[in-house]
Design a protein around this ligand. Structure first.
Ligand code: NAP
Length: 559
């Protein structure tokens, strides 16, 4: 891949700046440059395209979405010409796909790699943004679009003594490109989320010893990865428009549909048969395709938990380890459900150990390894931080984004994100966040939500230009309403009862607020479309506002 060196201390004037060259940034560039004819620049910290997938190269890193829907659907030819090798695409294959997209649409020439955007400041008099980069460049633009991703600001907890460790340290979200050989090493891994679940079996296969430090046990269901049946592949290839339509209208961006009957309404035999079938199929069936009442009712949720607890006890030989791996403190489905390719079985290996750091937290990283609160010492050659991300708001808060009156976005969001539709924020005109907080984003198959947001931003900008209008921003009333609505619908579910990164609970001091929007993909899309058809309800265009109708704050899922 060719990279463009950032010009030192240069200035440029463009129509749009896009921050990030992952799934979001690439399609946004294509949309603005090739469909709308806008002079557009993209800045990307990595030295290649891929976004999240540029950095996440840890062993076993792959998407938990089925590969046939883990890509763009806006171009039938692109969809049909790319062949994925397995049911779930591996990290390097996703990067290969995005490189192919960049080549196919000649995108790299407008991307400046190896360059971090430091600030974006709105100049009220000029009605334009000034963007600065760590390459010394200053660019002014009419529109700024954040394509920074939801899970791109990696989190290493501020453990005391972390700098004293004599061995090697790695973060799953910033893995060395050349890979790591753990042969002959004693490895400590902190964390038991989706990244750890994927990495542990492969690290265990190399290491002399692997010790996983678990703070919260997760419900983990089988991935059942492998090659896809050629007949299934062929049928999908014939059905581009059908698949596109179905995932766009679905709740989660998958071809998965919640059952009409609740877990509590099904007989024990019925429920057992359904869960067993979904368990065997693998993927998110049990989470996103089983019973809707698990998201609302503890009793219903407990019925599914009982099934999952039993499965863990069946897989893990040592009863004490099995008990530790069974979540006790949150409902199923309210914490991101990782997919398993041998994680539980790894703990049946004699050289793999599980240590509970909820009851006995990590007190410090030491020269030789780490120490727990009760004084227990562990010695390692390498430490793997599978400690996740400052999710959703983290990547945006790292940039100095200043709107009207010099207001800093991260200060405005000090008590939690404040947006309208998870796409725009009052006081930040012509600034858009693709799959930002308070949009369905991370509760969906991301490429589907990304395409919807990119198309919608394209629609907004095209309409502004057709009207000869300069700026659009949400009204404060619409934004306040959206924030209240988001919390109200979240509070109607069990999601806020779990300490998750959805709630900001993984980052000490982060405000506790449910960050994704629970409208879900299809209904959210319909809502956005109606807002557009009704003359951009909730937005002010060049100061002229259209109030948001009641439907904006109506939850399709209610009832
Ligand atoms: P994560 O789910 O946030 O997991 C981080 C782990 O580190 C958690 O077990 C967390 O414990 C633990 N941890 C954090 N701070 C700690 C501390 N001070 N002491 C001890 N343990 C600590 O992060 P992730 O596994 O990187 O995954 C993040 C998200 O990225 C996923 O939920 C998923 O959406 C996405 N992802 C997707 C895929 C995929 O599609 N295949 C793969 C990887 C990641 P707590 O749970 O107690 O906070």
């Amino acid at each position: 891949m060719s990279t463009t060196s950032p010009p030192q201390h240069a200035t440029d004037t463009v129509d749009a700046v896009i921050i990030g060259a992952g799934f979001s940034g690439l399609y946004m560039l294509h949309k603005l440059r090739d469909e709308l004819g806008l002079h557009t620049r993209v800045f990307e910290t990595g030295d290649g395209v891929g976004g999240t997938w540029y950095w996440n190269r840890y062993p076993g890193a792959r998407s938990d979405s089925d590969s046939y829907i883990y890509g763009y659907t806006f171009d039938q030819g692109l969809w049909e010409e790319w062949e994925w090798s397995e049911r779930y695409p591996e990290s390097h294959e996703i990067r290969g796909y995005l490189e192919h997209v960049a080549d196919r649409f000649d995108l790299t020439e407008d991307i400046t790699f190896g360059t971090r955007v430091l600030s974006a400041t709105f100049d009220e008099a000029a009605g334009r943004w000034t963007v600065t980069t760590d390459g010394g460049e200053t660019v002014t633009a009419t529109y700024v679009i954040s394509a920074v991703g939801a899970l791109s600001a990696s989190n290493t907890p501020p453990f005391e003594g972390v700098e004293t460790f004599a061995g090697s340290t790695y973060h799953t979200g910033e893995w060395p490109h050349e890979g790591v050989d753990f042969t002959g090493q004693r490895v400590g891994m902190i964390g038991s989320g989706a990244s750890a679940v994927q990495a542990a079996p492969l690290i265990a296969a190399q290491a002399t010893e692997l010790t996983v430090f678990q703070r919260t046990a997760n419900y983990i269901v089988p991935a059942n990865n492998g090659p896809v049946d050629p007949d299934v592949k062929a049928a999908r290839l014939e059905d581009w428009s059908g698949i596109r339509e179905r995932i766009q209208q679905s709740n989660f961006g998958f071809e998965l549909y919640l059952q009409e009957k609740g877990a509590a309404d099904a007989s024990d035999e019925e429920r057992e048969a359904l869960l067993e079938d979904f368990w065997n199929r693998g993927g998110f069936h049990i989470w996103l395709g089983s019973y809707a009442d698990i998201f609302f009712s503890t009793e219903a949720n407990d019925l599914v938990r009982g099934f999952l607890d039993r499965k863990i006890r069946e897989k893990v030989h040592d009863p004490e380890t099995a008990e530790l791996l069974i979540p006790k403190d949150h409902p199923f489905g309210c914490k991101r459900n990782p997919l398993d390719s041998g994680y539980f079985e790894t703990f049946n290996e004699p050289h793999v150990h599980l240590v509970d750091v909820k009851s006995n937290p990590i007190a410090a990283i030491t020269r030789d390894g780490l120490r727990l609160a009760d004084g227990a010492e562990y010695t390692f050659d390498a430490l793997v931080f599978a400690t996740g991300f400052d999710a959703m708001t983290g990547p945006l808060n790292r940039i100095d984004i200043r709107g009207r009156g010099g207001e800093l976005l991260r200060e405005k969001w000090a008590e939690g994100p404040r947006t309208y539709l998870g796409l725009t924020s009052h006081g930040f005109p012509n600034f858009f966040t693709i799959t930002g907080p308070q949009s369905p984003s991370v509760l969906s198959n991301m490429p589907v939500s990304i395409e919807q947001h990119v198309d919608y931003i394209g629609r907004i900008i095209a309409d502004l230009r057709a009207r000869g209008a300069a700026v659009i921003e949400p009204t404060k009333e619409a934004e306040d309403g959206w924030c209240t609505y988001n919390q109200e619908i979240a509070n109607a579910t069990l999601f806020p009862t779990a300490d998750t990164w959805y709630m900001g609970a993984n980052i000490p001091g982060k405000p506790r607020q449910f960050m994704p929007n629970l409208d879900f993909v299809g209904p959210y899309r319909a809502k956005c479309d109606r807002i557009a058809e009704n003359g951009w309800e909730g937005f002010a265009i060049d100061g002229e506002a259209t109030p948001a109708g009641e439907h904006v704050y109506t939850w399709a899922l209610a009832g």
